[in-house]
Design a protein around this ligand. Structure first.
Ligand code: CTP
Length: 386
């Protein structure tokens, strides 16, 4: 704890709540022998045994000291001594945050690969409203995990993911929708981001929080989803269509709320198939993966869909199974390609997302070999398998 931190919380409280030793002083930790040399080099020990240095909240002062290499207390000394990744979550008055000095310091830190969890806007302790409020715990934890669990095997990829269920309005207050919660698509987005990809998440309405460091494009209707996806297709190297897209929309939409007067027949028209359009416009090397939720003859419908849509793979959900699928945090799927059907076991959607990404990446390796000209026989035989 820095001297400033101790103005807010007593070290003893912090130690009691965390169950960990609290270091406050560079020189003599409370109660230790002043002649004990080990205390003086504690910051070096701490710096070397640390997996990540997280400063939350980080004041304007600490950002300035980190940026300029000032080492005048335990924390600032440890910052210089550690080679572990550093994550700061700034919190301060909005004017202090916006000040050119603070912004210049942040730029220096970002260029040195310090991860900055941007503050949020809202009411600040000083009574002002603006940017400077400490990010939510969830965002800070996400960033720490993404730094620590970095697998980086998707670095250089741009993954375009659709999620959620599209809605087609009947009138200003009603829509045709479906039971998709968006959880699987959001889990895919989080997993891909953690593995180093740039992630664009085109999301129909959900109750979920966007994963950290993912570009979210909110949409409502199938038409909007189509425009959002096709408009960004040239940036994508992998397209994952986890959204439950409405197959039909009302032919017309009432301007005013529809009143109840006896039986009603709705006339529907088909929406455009986004996946088919993606396959049609794909660039060489782009991987396209669809999802399918089926209730009967799961494998047969899945195979049919794979061939009909021309995707590289279909992630097949049997939504008639208890405890998995819609709105559940768990799922079990079959990863279906033209020549394989891989059963992935029941797992949390987040765990499953990584397994699905593993399978997607195996689609890419033979593809690279096909492109290599070093072994024409191999290229031909792989090419023939499709
Ligand atoms: N999909 C799409 N655009 C649509 C409908 C579906 O892009 N208008 C995508 C979904 O995002 C999913 C895949 O196609 O990745 C399969 O969706 P599904 O609704 O199961 O397929 P349908 O084309 O509706 O086939 P069917 O009606 O035979 O079930």
């Amino acid at each position: 704890m820095t001297a400033a931190a101790q103005q807010f919380i007593a070290p003893l409280t912090f130690a009691a709540l965390t169950g960990h030793k609290v270091i406050t002083d560079l020189w003599t930790p409370e109660g230790s022998d002043p002649g004990d040399a080990s205390s003086a080099i504690e910051h070096i020990d701490a710096a070397q045994s640390t997996d990540a240095l997280v400063v939350a909240p980080a004041t304007a002062d600490i950002l300035a000291k980190f940026a300029h290499g000032i080492a005048d207390d335990f924390l600032t000394t440890m910052y210089l001594a550690t080679t572990a990744p550093v994550i700061v979550a700034p919190a301060m008055n909005a004017n202090m945050w916006n000040h050119a000095a603070t912004q210049a310091n942040l730029e220096i830190l970002a260029n040195r690969h310090v991860r900055i969890v941007a503050p949020e806007s809202g009411y600040l302790a000083c009574g002002m409203v603006g940017a400077g409020r400490l990010a939510e715990n969830r965002g800070i934890v996400d960033t720490v995990l993404s730094v620590l669990l970095h697998r980086n095997d998707l670095a250089g990829e741009t993954v375009l993911i659709t999620a959620g269920g599209t809605r087609e309005a009947l009138d200003p207050v009603r829509f045709l929708g479906n039971r998709s919660s968006g959880k699987m698509g959001y889990a895919m987005a989080e997993a891909a981001q953690r593995r180093g990809a740039r992630v664009i998440l085109v999301s129909a309405p959900t109750a979920l929080r966007a994963p950290a460091n993912v570009e979210v494009v909110p949409v409502v209707t199938t038409q909007q989803m189509r425009d959002a996806v096709l408009g960004r297709l040239d940036q994508a190297s992998i397209v994952i269509k986890a959204a439950a897209v409405a197959d039909y929309r009302p032919r017309s939409q009432a301007d005013q709320k529809m009143r109840r007067k006896g039986p009603l027949t709705l006339e529907l028209e088909p929406t455009e198939d986004i996946l088919a359009a993606v396959v049609e416009q794909r660039r060489p090397g782009m991987l396209v993966v669809g999802f399918a939720a089926e209730t009967e003859d799961v494998l047969a419908h899945g195979r049919d869909k794979l061939l009909r849509k021309g995707a590289d793979a279909i992630v097949l959900n049997d939504v008639s199974r208890e405890g998995v699928g819609f709105d559940s945090d768990r799922n079990a799927v079959t990863f279906l390609t033209r020549d394989r059907a891989i059963e992935l076991p029941e797992l949390t959607k987040r765990e499953l997302a990584d397994q699905i990404l593993d399978e997607i990446l195996t689609l890419r390796s033979p593809r690279k070999e096909v492109l290599s000209e070093s072994d024409p026989d191999l290229s031909m035989s792989l090419g023939e398998q499709g």
